[in-house]
Design a protein around this ligand. Structure first.
Ligand code: NDP
Length: 495
């Protein structure tokens, strides 16, 4: 099958000399330094972006602060919801354009960009829009004794924290950006976004759509660049909250810096080494399509996806044989070809990182299936299944963030839980079983922020999401995000 035709609007957008988006306008970068964005399937330059320094970051933060205290503060909750819904409509109308930009930038299969990245972004935006009118405090009846007949009452009110710094990774650049934008705007905050240097274009297009949706200038700003740009942002004194999604080392550094910078609030959505446990009663043929889809979607570059399969000893041989067979059937190819089932990794540094793990596995004879980078143009590797050399093996402990999965047999529930929890991470886990009683007994023992049964890697806006242990601090979605984006103010009245 041939590749989808690139829209003229996409070509024109990529050809632009992009600057930063501040106060509803494109501003010229202060320096001439530019970053080349490569298509990971072809290694060709598709666009360039500017590198934001202190000056541009301060301009963006000041603009967000002004909007926070003026236009956005004067916008009613109902209007905020209407504008977010309007943005959702515009994302839907520009879905193919955004999907193509995402695929060209990150190597995500075009159908995944269309049906997950863009379609789910719309779902999340509408969900957040609904919250705008539902954020409220409580009333309390204090117990202070009345001496002279006076009475007391008290209430709480939730107020937006102010300017949010949103730092976004490259794997779901649009959707994760929208999680931060939706959370900020619906609670009445404003935001400055720093996209990943590897996946910037979709958010640059989104802010134009936001302006078209009637979201006032300054409410959403974008400054592009590398880690240094993010550093300027989190150190700005007008930033009241940092919302970071990315790797554990960067997250820990940012968390420390934010706390030491006037206790700036910080939420961290970090990595994982997630476990999927296939219990003795599971029917391998039945679970395989869902499990493999959840594991190898976007070439495994999904924070929530499993990287460790624990299989009951009685099913181990059958499982390994069937998974290896299924992986060899995946058609690897151009992400713009609708018939491809597996595309490239998203960028060169990540390709190098995954190749390092593949070499390690080869050196130690641990490869069961796959295990190679694919020769030629583009950052392609084979989907890979590995044995591990015990629970202290780096391949058991370290996040590859790629299509590289361990298979580990177990015999008892105790052994399973001990191995699943033997990790510094605690993002997600899944149990594959029809024995509901056993699942309900195991769930409290598993150290993870999200646990699925007979599914994995499904994020829904109505269900809180976030990690424990080194996988993060804070929760997104549901009503859990409100705590992070608002201050709870208490008022007591004597009358
Ligand atoms: P990084 O931590 O490398 O980068 C994340 C973002 O932080 C990027 O925008 C990056 O900019 C920026 N950044 C890098 N260094 C600094 C710094 N010192 N100060 C401020 N900002 C900085 O992560 P990746 O982009 O490589 O993303 C992959 C990681 O993200 C994986 O570990 C994955 O598990 C995790 N992740 C977690 C999710 C969750 O919800 N828990 C969801 C998705 C991913 P630049 O790219 O320009 O370097």
């Amino acid at each position: 099958m041939s590749e989808v035709q690139i829209l003229e609007s996409v070509r024109q957008f990529m050809a632009r000399q992009h600057g930063h988006f501040v106060h509803g306008k494109w501003i010229a970068p202060a320096t001439s330094e530019r970053i080349e964005l490569l298509n990971p399937a072809t290694e060709q330059v598709i666009a360039t972006i500017a590198v934001g320094g202190q000056e541009e970051v301060e301009q963006a933060v000041q603009s967000a602060h002004d909007a926070f205290t003026n236009d956005w503060a004067n916008t009613s909750p109902y209007e905020r919801g209407v504008k977010l819904n309007k943005l959702a409509d515009l994302v839907e109308q520009h879905a193919e354009e955004l999907a193509q930009l995402e695929t060209l930038s990150t190597g995500k299969l075009i159908n995944l960009s269309r049906h997950l990245e863009v379609a789910q972004s719309v779902v999340f935006l509408r969900y957040f829009a609904g919250w705008a009118t539902k954020i409220h405090g409580q009333t309390m009846q204090p117990s202070i004794p009345s001496m002279n007949g006076e009475k007391y009452t008290a209430y709480t009110v939730r107020q937006p924290v102010g300017v949010v710094a949103g730092i976004v990774p490259w794997n779901f650049s649009l959707m994760i950006g929208i999680w931060k934008i939706g959370s900020a705007l619906t609670t009445g905050c404003t935001i400055v976004i720093k996209p990943s240097e590897f996946a910037t274009l979709t958010l640059l297009r989104l802010v134009e759509l936001a302006l078209e949706a009637g979201i006032p200038a300054g409410v959403i700003n974008v400054v592009t660049g590398k880690g240094d740009t993010g550093q300027h942002l989190i150190h700005s004194s007008l930033v009241k909250k940092v919302s970071f999604t990315g790797s554990v080392p960067t997250g820990i550094a940012i968390g420390k810096q934010a706390m030491s910078s006037d206790l700036t609030r910080v939420s961290l959505e970090l990595g994982g080494k997630n476990a999927a446990a296939i219990l003795a009663d599971a029917c391998i043929d039945e679970i395989l399509p869902t499990l493999l889809q959840a594991t190898f979607v976007h070439q495994g570059q999904v924070c929530a996806a499993p990287e460790r399969f624990f299989i009951h000893q009685s099913k181990y041989d059958e499982f390994v044989q069937k998974v290896s067979g299924a992986l060899q059937q995946l058609k690897i190819g151009s992400p713009l070809d609708e018939s491809s089932m597996f595309g490239p990794l998203s960028n060169q540094p990540h390709f190098d990182k995954v190749k390092h793990y593949l070499h390690l596995a080869q050196k130690n004879n641990q490869v069961i299936s796959g295990g190679h980078a694919i020769q030629g143009t583009g950052y392609f590797v084979e989907p890979t299944l590995l044995k591990v050399q015990g629970v202290d093996d780096p391949l058991f402990l370290e996040e590859t963030f790629g299509p590289v999965v361990d298979v580990i047999p177990f015999t008892s529930d105790e052994e399973l839980i001990a191995m699943m929890n033997h990790s510094r991470f605690g993002l997600t886990a899944s149990l594959w079983t029809n024995d509901l009683a056993k699942a309900l007994r195991l769930i409290p023992q598993i150290e993870a922020g999200s646990i699925w049964v007979n599914m994995h890697t499904f994020l829904d806006p109505s269900v809180p999401f976030g990690g424990i242990k080194a996988s993060g601090v804070g929760r997104e979605f549901s009503d859990a995000f409100i705590e992070d984006y608002t201050e709870l103010k208490s008022v007591m009245i004597r009358y």
